[in-house]
Design a protein around this ligand. Structure first.
Ligand code: DP6
Length: 362
């Protein structure tokens, strides 16, 4: 498929008004997306677990307006106007306008909220952009009955990607791959696809407990971090490394080999942060408590043999990953030894989920 396949036919008759809602989850990358080209094209492929509890709920009300000459929307966050979110939405509208040519025909009220606290340090761009993309695309879905659901799933992911790269992995499925990889037909830079190879049962119920080490705003945004991969001295070897790790994960996902899984996932997390530490300018997003947690996980794993590991996003928080069969001892370990390193003792228990859902608004 190419970008052109997502431009709708011009003879569709769109509804005059309506109201749509979607809940979209966050996701946690196992092989990280870090570095991008023009038009939100990733520099390397990535794969992520779709989460469940961490999600954004967005309700969009739309009504026809004249003239249809510019974008018009109000933005509410948790029921209250939120002006500082508007520029990001405006940028998103501009990027997707050619694929959603009806956007200027309507005035929108976008009402959005997150399941996790706003000041948790958890990025809401993936779940937020996925939920918004789904709501806006639903208008086309209402108008065009000729297209199949699979087309709309791809287009939702394609649109979400234009809002925030990682958002394209928050539409469908428990394990999602985004980015062209090897000769695999189904993999593409344009949208996320359900992981195309065999996946062992153990990975379908994996847990992710997110330890909130630092709940404030990050010092460097992901967008700035991605750009610092341009001209980065280790960029090319990093991008090759991501492909190598995805190749290695194929056998791991199929067999359920947790030792190898842990080796790849932790190395990916530390490589992501190593890229930040070796860019120009360089920066560090981990905090002393991030390292305390990592060391405590390594000690606990070594002494007990529990297959528990960590990954990191672009911040100080730690995602602690463990299989369902080890849930009890892992939670006890987290509470006894790791929660002391969380800001105000806060953490979120999440697990692998199935993707976005349409809300029943009646
Ligand atoms: C470290 O998707 O937030 O979480 O495309 O600029 O919006 P933009 O970046 P974003 O980057 C996410 C980076 C990451 C790794 C990942 O999720 O793969």
């Amino acid at each position: 498929m190419t970008e052109k396949d997502f431009i709708p036919q011009s003879n569709i008759s769109y509804p005059k008004e309506g109201r749509i809602g979607y809940k979209a989850p966050s996701n946690i990358a196992l092989v990280k997306y870090w570095g991008k080209k023009e038009n939100q094209i990733p520099a390397n492929p990535s794969v992520s677990f779709t989460l469940d509890a961490c999600a954004t709920r967005t309700v969009v009300t739309f009504k026809e307006k004249t003239p249809a000459d510019e974008f018009s929307f109000d933005l509410l966050f948790e029921g209250k106007p939120k002006e500082d979110f508007k520029p990001k939405i405006e940028t998103f509208f501009n990027r997707v306008a050619v694929y959603l040519p009806y956007l200027k025909k309507y005035h929108f009220t976008i009402d959005t909220s997150n399941s996790f606290p706003h000041s948790s340090g958890i990025a809401s761009s993936a779940s937020g952009m996925a939920a918004l993309a789904l709501c806006l695309l639903e208008i086309e879905k209402m108008a065009d009955a000729t297209k199949e659901d699979s087309y709309f799933d791809k287009k939702a992911s394609f649109l979400a990607r234009l809002g925030s790269g990682s958002a394209c992995r928050s539409i469908k499925g428990s394990l999602v791959q985004w980015g062209k990889h090897g000769g695999l037909e189904s993999s593409t830079n344009l949208f996320g696809v359900p992981y195309p190879h065999k996946v062992h049962e153990v990975f379908k119920t994996y847990h992710d407990t997110i330890l909130l080490v630092h709940k404030g705003q990050k010092t460097v945004s992901s967008t700035v971090g991605h750009n610092l991969m341009n001209g980065h001295p280790y960029a090319n070897s990093r991008f090759v490394h991501a492909h190598t790790n995805l190749d290695a994960l194929e056998a791991v996902f199929a067999s359920g080999d947790l030792e190898k899984f842990i080796g790849i996932v932790e190395s990916e997390a530390l490589t992501l942060h190593a890229m930040m530490m070796s860019s120009t300018p360089y920066f560090i997003l981990m905090m002393p408590n991030t390292l305390q947690i990592i060391n405590a996980i390594w000690d606990y794993r070594k002494t007990t043999g529990t297959p528990i590991c960590f990954t990191l996003d672009a911040g100080a928080n730690v995602h602690v990953l463990y299989p369902e069969d080890y849930k009890e001892q892992s939670i006890a370990f987290i509470q006894e030894q790791l929660v002391q390193y969380c800001e105000n003792g806060h953490y979120i228990c999440d697990k692998v989920g199935q993707g976005a859902k349409k809300l029943d608004l009646k």
